[in-house]
Design a protein around this ligand. Structure first.
Ligand code: GDP
Ligand code: MN
Length: 392
């Protein structure tokens, strides 16, 4: 699950990282009010940033500085409602703009090969790291945190030295890198990225400029499978940006991935779903989706799954493949029959149900005049023929 910059920043703050404050605004008036407060507090410029779950907002015109609250109001009006990579901007953050001296990149990911959290840093910050990886891979430095002990101070220090930081800035970097690692662990994150991590000139106690490291942008992806352990994080899901199909699948508790083919697949079990897709391809068809209805698939889940499949106009045939264990075949058959009756669109369908209560399932399907199959090969071949027939 991707979360917005504002939420990502609050997770960084919770680990004690240096993040400049912000306020969330949904209307130009709210932008003006937030800016007025910042100017009254001594800011000389404010930054207004679109909150959308895509990168490159800066380039797309979604990050702007304003020198007055009137200007902030106008810029807010332009950014709110703007389309960035197909997403409408519904909210912005307004913060005190800082005076950036240099931009760095700092990120933490799970490296599946080494089974460690790996921290990556680069002195080429501010630009997309994928771009740096292509054009100048040597500019990205990495260190793998210890699985038990975490990111050790010497590891963070070597990373900071590699990107050219020294003295006070190096010490600040060590604290930030360790905080990033803690943020990964504390929230079961897949990715925590600060780009840019900026050296900014902040006024010290005597008024002179002190170079300080600040997290100016934050991107966090949470592990969906870890969300159950962090009930508070569920509230960070941005429903505005969730694909309606994904939202429906999540509510039904099924695993659904949309693909480009014409044969809708409804299967129980992820491995069996993969096998089913392989056989569809083997017999010359293209699956329209991956769909695992899970174990013990009940009536409303089967109906919902059918709706998801039929919502895709490319679907020309449906292949149902159920291996009854905990899942009872007759229950699924009943669900399929009802689901088919309640759909507005009718496409040819072949159903294979084996295992628990398969005989009862077969009887129900026969009575409902649904096409059945004796084996998975048979089912896949029939589905491919149906899809081709429908295409003609
Ligand atoms: P992204 O383009 O979606 O990654 O959004 P960022 O938050 O990284 O903003 C893009 C760029 O805007 C940054 O790389 C900075 O150069 C600039 N920027 C962001 N915040 C500030 C700020 O407070 N002051 C200044 N001067 N520039 C900023
Ligand atoms: Mn950024």
């Amino acid at each position: 699950m991707k979360i917005q910059e504002a939420d990502a920043k609050s997770l960084l703050l919770a680990e004690g990282l240096p993040v400049p404050g912000w306020e969330l605004a949904r209307t130009p008036d709210e932008v003006r009010k937030a800016a007025e407060k910042l100017f009254a507090g001594g800011a000389d410029r404010v930054v207004i940033k679109a909150q959308v779950l895509v990168g490159g907002r800066g380039k797309a015109g979604g990050v702007k500085l304003a020198g007055s609250s009137q200007e902030a109001f106008e810029i807010g009006g332009r950014i709110l409602g703007m389309d960035i990579k197909g997403i409408t901007v519904r909210k912005v953050i307004v913060g005190r703009a800082v005076d950036i001296v240099k931009e760095y990149y700092l990120g933490a990911i799970i490296d599946r090969a080494s089974r460690r959290i790996v921290l990556m840093a680069s002195a080429e910050g501010g630009v997309e790291i994928e771009e740096v990886a292509k054009t100048n891979p040597g500019a990205i430095h990495r260190v793998a945190a210890h699985a038990e002990l975490g990111l050790l101070p010497f590891q963070a220090r070597s990373l900071g030295l590699a990107i050219g930081l020294r003295d006070s800035l190096l010490n600040q970097f060590v604290a930030i890198a360790q905080g990033l690692h803690r943020t990964m662990k504390a929230n079961d994150a897949d990715l925590v990225e600060v780009n840019p991590l900026g050296i900014v000139n902040e006024a010290g106690p005597d008024g002179t400029a002190v170079p300080t490291l600040l997290c100016l942008d934050a991107k966090i992806t949470l592990d969906d499978s870890g969300l159950g352990r962090h009930p508070g994080l569920e509230a960070m899901r941005d429903l505005d940006e969730e694909d309606p199909v994904d939202a429906k699948a999540r509510k039904l508790g099924i695993n659904f991935i949309h693909l480009d083919g014409t044969i809708g697949c409804m299967v129980n079990g992820a491995g069996l779903a993969m096998t089913t897709m392989d056989l569809v391809k083997h017999y010359g068809g293209e699956p329209a989706n991956f769909l695992d209805v899970g174990g013990g698939a009940r009536h409303e889940v089967v109906c919902g799954a059918m709706e998801l499949i039929l919502a895709d106009p490319n679907v020309k045939a449906i292949l149902v493949n159920i291996f009854g264990g905990i899942t009872r075949g007759d229950e699924v058959a009943g669900g399929i029959i009802e689901a088919q009756r309640s759909q507005s669109r009718v496409v040819p369908m072949v159903v294979r149900i084996v295992g628990t209560n398969a005989d009862e399932a077969a009887r129900l399907l026969r009575e409902a005049k649904l096409e059945t199959a004796s084996s998975l090969d048979d089912a896949a071949q029939k589905a491919v023929a149906m899809a081709k027939g429908a295409a003609r």
